[in-house]
Design a protein. Structure first.
Lengths: 183, 152
């Protein structure tokens, strides 16, 4: 295969970022019914540079997904295929997290919550901020902050089982609210 | 005045039976067997381009549905299991060009699973960023004749 880097392969980016933000606002209520009329804020534009699991792991440079194809990151020694709760929890354990069982804010500690369906397939991951709210990256859409874990529980993302799927680490401080972070 | 007994069907240049002697002067100037052969070839070209247009239209319908219904999915495998995505893979090799063209035009799209399935190759092996993987696949598309390089 020849790799002539002088050839332009992708057209220039669209200039109207504001239009994309409007599209995101328009789509969110249809995608996450639970957010209708509740407390949440949208904090970034759509991007597929990272996904919810990458965001929760503190990595906004690449999406974490147990895929067999290039384009995603997955630790090479972990099972590929379906991201089941046990495998994703193991990812966080390696990063110093342990099960904690409740979603309350703990000073000096950071919590993550794993959303799963009834077959224990992971559908979403959220990370707690220093405000006590939670931050979620919604697929290829933007980041949102939501007041409670339950607000994002829905058919698409499943639900959090409080006894096993909330993990805590004291090795890492909670991030500040997204509005004060630079992206 | 009809000069050839063409089937009365729509073609890109109008109803075949409505062509006039003047319009078919080039056909009339050559012998009948060759004239008939040339028309058959034209029919095949037309039928081929018509099928291609139908495939691209079908692909775009499926891709629009897939993008709309999976934008909020968290993981690649769930996007790839969507019925529209699976139907795109079912279109076979003719879907490779439209996938690459869409990926380039939209500067996005999780097409890596489909391209792997359709080509038996992974042009993005070892790459962990979608933008890098897309570039690798676009290069592959250029190198394999599915895409033309853009003017710089």
């Amino acid at each position: 295969m020849t790799t002539d880097t002088s050839r332009r392969l992708i057209p220039d980016p669209p200039s109207d970022v504001a239009a994309e933000q409007h599209a995101l606002l328009d789509q969110l209520p249809h995608l996450v019914d639970a957010l209708y009329g509740t407390d949440y804020t949208i904090e970034s534009c759509s991007t597929d540079d990272y996904n919810c699991l990458a965001w929760a792991m503190g990595d906004c440079s690449q999406p974490w997904s147990p895929s067999l194809q290039g384009g995603y990151y997955w630790p090479p020694d972990l099972v590929v295929g379906l991201p089941v709760v046990e495998v994703v929890a193991e990812l966080f354990r390696r990063d110093g997290y342990a099960e904690c069982g409740d979603s309350g804010l703990v000073a000096g500690a950071e919590k993550v919550a794993i959303y799963a369906d009834s077959f224990r397939e992971v559908r979403h991951v959220a990370r707690q901020l220093s405000s006590g709210w939670w931050a979620s990256k919604l697929g290829d859409l933007g980041d949102i902050e939501h007041a409670t874990l339950e607000l994002v529980e829905c058919g698409l993302y499943g639900r959090v089982a409080p006894d096993r799927e909330i993990l805590l680490t004291s090795d890492r401080e909670n991030s500040p609210p997204l509005t004060s972070m630079s992206r | 005045m009809k000069v050839l007994d063409f089937p009365d069907r729509e073609t890109p240049w109008g109803l075949a039976s409505e062509r006039t002697a003047g319009e078919y002067v080039s056909f009339s100037a050559i012998s009948t067997p060759w004239r008939e052969l040339e028309f058959r070839q034209l029919q095949l070209v037309w039928a081929g381009s018509s099928r291609e247009a139908e495939l691209v239209e079908r692909f775009n319908e499926l891709a629009d549905t897939w993008e709309r219904e999976t934008r909020a999915e968290s993981f690649a495998h769930r996007r790839s299991m969507h019925p529209s995505y699976q139907q795109i893979i079912g279109l076979g090799e003719p879907a490779i060009g439209p996938i690459l063209q869409r990926m380039r035009a939209k500067r996005g799209g999780h097409w890596f699973w489909a391209l792997h399935a359709l080509t038996g190759q992974d042009a993005a092996v070892g790459l962990t960023k979608p933008s890098e993987a897309r570039n690798a696949w676009l290069r592959w598309g250029v190198d394999h004749g599915y895409l033309t390089p853009l003017d710089s």
